[in-house]
Ligand binder design. Sequence first.
Ligand SMILES: NC(=O)c1ccc[n+]([C@@H]2O[C@H](COP(=O)([O-])OP(=O)(O)OC[C@H]3O[C@@H](n4cnc5c(N)ncnc54)[C@H](O)[C@@H]3O)[C@@H](O)[C@H]2O)c1
Length: 350
Amino acid sequence: MTRQSRQGSIIEGPRSVGAPNPAVVNAAMAEELEAETRIGPDGIVRSATPDTPSIPLVKDIVPTYRLDGHVTIVTGGSGGLAHTLSQALVAQGSQVALVDLAVEKLARVERELREFIKVNKLTPVNISTWECDISDPQEVEELINSIPRDHDGLIPDKLVHTAGYCQNVAAHEYNSRKAEHLVKVNLMGSLYICQAMTRQLIERSKRRRSIATLQGSIGEAVPQFPNASFVLIGSMSGLIVNTPQPQVAYNMAKAGVIHMVKSLACEWARYGIRVNAISPGYIATPLTKQVIGASPEGLALQEQWTSRIPMERMAEPKEFVGAMLYLLSRSASSYTTGENLVVDGGYTNF
Ligand SMILES: NC(=O)c1ccc[n+]([C@@H]2O[C@H](COP(=O)([O-])OP(=O)(O)OC[C@H]3O[C@@H](n4cnc5c(N)ncnc54)[C@H](O)[C@@H]3O)[C@@H](O)[C@H]2O)c1
């Protein structure tokens, strides 16, 4: 794992390199404090609605999708889907740490993201880029430990995990090493990044006493991270078998991701960490558009796919932004965990 960009910070105003930016840290701390005040002396988490019957404030019932003061890790950061999702993240005020194997593409994505901020006159945020093989647990651990140094010391508590790839090989001809590698990247990589982020959050709580705790079943103090939300990109291939292309290893891995999300959600609910999946149908990313447009066979394949989609078209990457923001937003989805949000134009209903 190597850091690709040292001058990731474009937050305005003078500050020394590596020193936390007070404005950003304060926003995150204010949210933590708010979380603490909602935990009563009896350890019960209070809802946003006041106990006394009165008219609630709009902010207590209508969710916000702003992500100011947070760092979101976007894996597969050079990819087609991640490109659009990262734009939405910076538009909502999140700092982003882009992670990918394809570093040369990462540099381009970073440049385009800065351009996006400029053109849309958005408040600048920290952007960092990182080369990491998500299937290597050691590299992932190092990555997670390094990211806060480029983000004002903030610990990332939001994840958008898109890293992965697909292979179309007939099952009886699938080379075992190739199939294993795909499963290692798509499934094990998903586990490694979630594990490393949760370890870091728990480790930090041991150093910072201001982090709220609840009492566990055996009386131990359990640290709370109510802002932590991990969103993993699964696929409808984890639920159905795509045809006509053979892709057994991909289908296995994505089914594994969906069930892994449910398992982690159950284990980490006690920490307030939410873990969810978004399962897309066919997306018209630059890559798929290129494949489909390259030959008559590609076009015929697209026709077969769309003939099975009730909405009769592939998705655009921007059609996943709403699902992502819903799942990342604490106020919108505080009671949603272990969910697999299928966004497939109706394909899996057929
Ligand atoms: N495109 C679709 O039709 C479609 C449909 C359903 C699900 N998905 C899923 O959505 C996600 C994003 O897809 P996309 O269309 O943007 O694909 P993409 O190929 O454009 O992006 C995936 C990114 O993951 C990176 N990556 C691959 N192996 C890696 C590794 N070992 N470590 C780190 N990074 C690695 C690649 O370099 C690439 O930049 C994937 O998980 C994919 O399976 C895509």
